[in-house]
Design a protein. Structure first.
Length: 340
């Protein structure tokens, strides 16, 4: 007989955040993230530095997660970890740690797909947050991915649209870099955009058929625009920061919303759940909320701490896999690329 409740320790280390969480069934007891500021000065994540920082952070982060949850490691029912996709050196740190801890405690090990976790973060039991019903559409927008996913059940989902080049988070971050803003620039564009005019500088949308996205052309367009304007006026960026950011954010939101509308049309599904770091964007949140009255969609935006990379989302997938005995043995390997 399985003990109830189920306590899962979840570990996430796919990119530049070392994260651990403890869940009691589908409730989060603790959710700890150690962000790596070292990458800021390089304008992007440096894989070698990320894996070294994970090695330094992983023990204290897990320790704090267990302490905050008030759980001793001997009480754990299972350990969930991010198997991929992500940076190999980073994934290996979390994966190896999870494996050896599960082995030493003699409890089940559960592997989790990072992108499934962004989708299923909506099923964390949290007061004031509704859970979507199957089937629903998930739009996962982060620094590494831009996908529209048809979610039929916990373990049956298919990608129906994705980026052909840069992810939307990269579009934000690279645009921010062009404007001389530090990495990650997405939140700063969001901040300035709130004070600017979204129609000040009209950028054009890329022409990509169907449900796929492309953001690399937009980045080039912004680069040429800024170069031309600063040649005319060296203070162009400083004098127009709010309007430039508002215009960039506006075009990115339009690109995302255009594709979502097609996805709704094609599938007939009007429940939309967003996830990934970019779903923290206030413009995207507001625009999405407006569709509830405008088109009768029902939208789901997770709590902020479950939206950017975190281990609680790994834990919720771990919990549902645990319920179905979807366990791994110690031969499981981390994968930089992994099938959806
Ligand atoms: O999901 P996440 O934490 O990590 C990845 O898996 O990529 O997403 C990070 C991305 C970065 O590109 C960051 O600039 C972007 O999310 N981001 C934002 C905002 N907050 C984070 N982009 C726009 N507006 C925001 N408020
Ligand atoms: Zn992510």
């Amino acid at each position: 007989m399985r003990k109830s409740p189920i306590f899962i320790l979840a570990i996430e280390s796919s990119c530049d955040d070392t994260a651990a969480a403890v869940l009691k069934d589908d409730k989060v007891l603790s959710n700890v993230v150690a962000r790596q500021s070292i990458h800021e000065e390089y304008g992007g994540v440096v894989p070698e530095l990320a894996s070294r920082a994970h090695q330094q952070n992983i023990v204290p982060v897990i320790d704090v997660a267990l302490k905050k949850a008030g759980i001793d490691k001997t009480e754990l029912s299972g350990i969930a970890f991010t198997q991929g996709p992500g940076l190999m050196g980073s994934l290996l740190v979390g994966g190896s740690f999870a494996k050896s801890m599960a082995l030493s405690l003699d409890i089940p090990l559960v592997s989790v797909h990072h992108m499934h976790a962004h989708v299923l973060a909506h099923f964390i039991d949290e007061e004031g947050f509704d859970k979507p019903e199957f089937p629903f559409l998930a739009m996962t927008i982060s620094g590494g991915h831009t996908q529209i996913i048809k979610v039929n059940s916990f373990f049956d989902m298919q990608i129906i649209g994705e980026t052909t080049d840069d992810a939307v988070g990269e579009a934000f971050d690279k645009s921010a870099k062009i404007l001389g803003l530090p990495y990650p620039g997405g939140p700063l564009i969001d901040k300035y955009a709130q004070l600017g005019n979204p129609k000040a500088f009209p950028f054009t949308k890329p022409k990509v058929s169907g449900l796929d996205f492309s953001f690399s052309g937009l980045k080039t367009q912004i680069l040429y625009f800024v170069q031309k304007k600063t040649a005319e006026n060296p203070n162009f960026i400083q004098e127009n920061m709010n309007d430039i950011c508002a215009s960039i954010q506006h075009i990115i939101i339009e690109i995302l919303m255009d594709k979502l509308k097609i996805a709704v049309q094609e599938t007939g599904i009007t429940q939309i759940a967003i996830g990934g770091g970019v779903s923290a964007n206030s413009g995207i949140r507001n625009t999405l909320k407006e569709t509830e009255t405008k088109y009768g969609w029902k939208t789901f935006i997770p709590k902020f701490e479950y939206t950017t990379d975190n281990a609680a989302m790994i834990g919720i997938v771990g919990y549902y896999k645990f319920l179905e005995n979807k366990f791994e043995d110690s031969s499981v390997v981390s994968k930089a690329r992994i099938d959806f």
